[in-house]
Design a protein around this ligand. Structure first.
Ligand code: SAM
Ligand code: SF4
Ligand code: SF4
Length: 353
């Protein structure tokens, strides 16, 4: 094995873009900075499972910034131009602006985004923008204080999240998107209020079908509201028209209000899967590369990173992971199997959304 190269983010040359077994390029990289979170959303990290004794990754088990930047640089050499920082809750990492600055400086990264629950966003939004972050997505499931609190596992403060969104607007971290996981009988009655609140602001609300990620969230098909049902409800209040994709592999199906009040999106992983052009790779906080949100296992990059793999070797590892990729879980999903959690799947808080 050759000597480990320095993590000089500006030196990785562009290799040929890598294409998976189903002809999909590696275009996006989602990096989970840590597995901890200040919320306990029942659909992601239910409190009963993620209690005070739960053992999260220790610092030395998580990738360092040098290691993350090396993976990001190698991925960019293979065709990744879009990076999203996520978690767990990425803003629990107090030094995140240093990492943002380093990733923003990588060649060919033209879209650097962050997904956050927004609780800690207000005080740091401006600094994130100055460090080079392009935009944020904030998760917000309800404007009803009580429902919001329940959906954050009793930990969220709605006003703090709304202040975070305002600060992101002021810092120019747009286009800002709001992720709403819609669960039947939980927050579906407040969807129109949420849309009303953000109509005309330039902020794009995206309604996400409750997904069977991981094995701990008690997913039931009966709690999934198909996007077409929501679309029909919304259309009765505000006529919408479909708009095309911004780029191949875009997750959300986009609509705009006919009256010009802006755009909304639907992420319909359960009822209208979009595996055909899925170009997302995911790096967990402990350095495993996953090629699907529903994967049961990932490939360890931490060991080669820590035992001296150089950039070329790192690129070879990423290339071989991607060449073998044939994931299309959502297209093959069997709800009866998913409800019984027979398949082991990685948890969402480990690899981000
Ligand atoms: N903590 C940050 C947040 O909540 O924005 C980032 C990580 S979180 C895992 C990323 C996204 O995944 C969030 O928008 C969240 O709503 C979404 N998510 C988590 N569990 C989900 C589920 N079971 N179905 C659909 N979306 C889910
Ligand atoms: Fe935390 Fe985000 Fe999961 Fe909620 S969805 S528990 S905020 S990681
Ligand atoms: Fe991509 Fe896997 Fe989701 Fe399909 S199920 S869109 S392959 S992450």
């Amino acid at each position: 094995m050759s000597t480990r190269s320095s993590p000089d983010e500006n030196l990785s040359p562009l290799s040929a873009p890598v294409i998976d077994a189903l002809h999909r390029p590696m275009h996006d990289l989602r990096i989970s900075l840590l597995d901890q979170c200040n919320f306990r959303c029942p659909y992601c990290m239910p409190e009963a499972e993620f209690h005070a004794e739960y053992e999260f990754l220790r610092k030395q088990e998580r990738l360092s910034y040098d290691e993350i930047v090396r993976v990001a640089a190698s991925a960019s050499a293979l065709g990744v131009s879009k990076i999203r920082l996520t978690g767990g809750e990425p803003l629990l990492d107090k030094n995140i602006c240093d990492l943002v600055e380093r990733i923003a400086a990588l060649p060919r990264i033209d879209d650097l985004a962050l997904t956050t629950n927004g609780m800690l966003l207000a005080p740091i939004a401006e600094k994130l923008a100055r460090a080079g972050l392009h935009r944020v997505t904030v998760s917000l499931d309800s404007l009803d204080k009580e429902i919001f609190r329940t959906m954050s596992g009793g930990r969220g403060d709605l006003n703090a999240v709304l202040a975070g969104i305002e600060a992101a607007v002021a810092a120019g971290l747009g286009p800002i998107k709001i992720n709403v996981v819609v669960q039947r009988g939980v927050n579906d009655s407040g969807v129109l209020d949420l849309l009303d609140h953000f109509r005309g602001t330039g902020i794009i609300v995206r309604l996400i079908e409750f997904m069977d990620v991981g094995n701990r969230n008690g997913w039931r098909l009966s709690q999934v509201i198909p996007s077409r049902e929501l679309l029909a409800q919304i259309q009765k209040r505000w006529p919408l028209r479909a708009v095309g994709k911004n780029y191949p592999g875009e997750v959300a199906r986009r609509y705009e209000y006919v009256d010009g009040a802006g755009e909304i999106g639907f992420i319909s992983s359960v009822t209208a899967p979009f595996c055909g052009d899925c170009s997302r790779a995911r790096l967990s906080a402990d350095g495993k590369m996953y090629t699907c949100l529903f994967a049961s296992q990932g490939t360890d990059l931490r060991e080669p990173l820590r035992s001296g793999a150089d950039d070329e070797e790192l690129q070879q590892i990423l290339t071989s992971i991607w060449l073998q990729r044939a994931d299309r879980y959502s297209e093959l999903r069997r709800p009866d199997i998913a409800e019984h959690h027979i398949l082991r799947k990685v948890e969402m808080y480990r690899i981000g959304g």
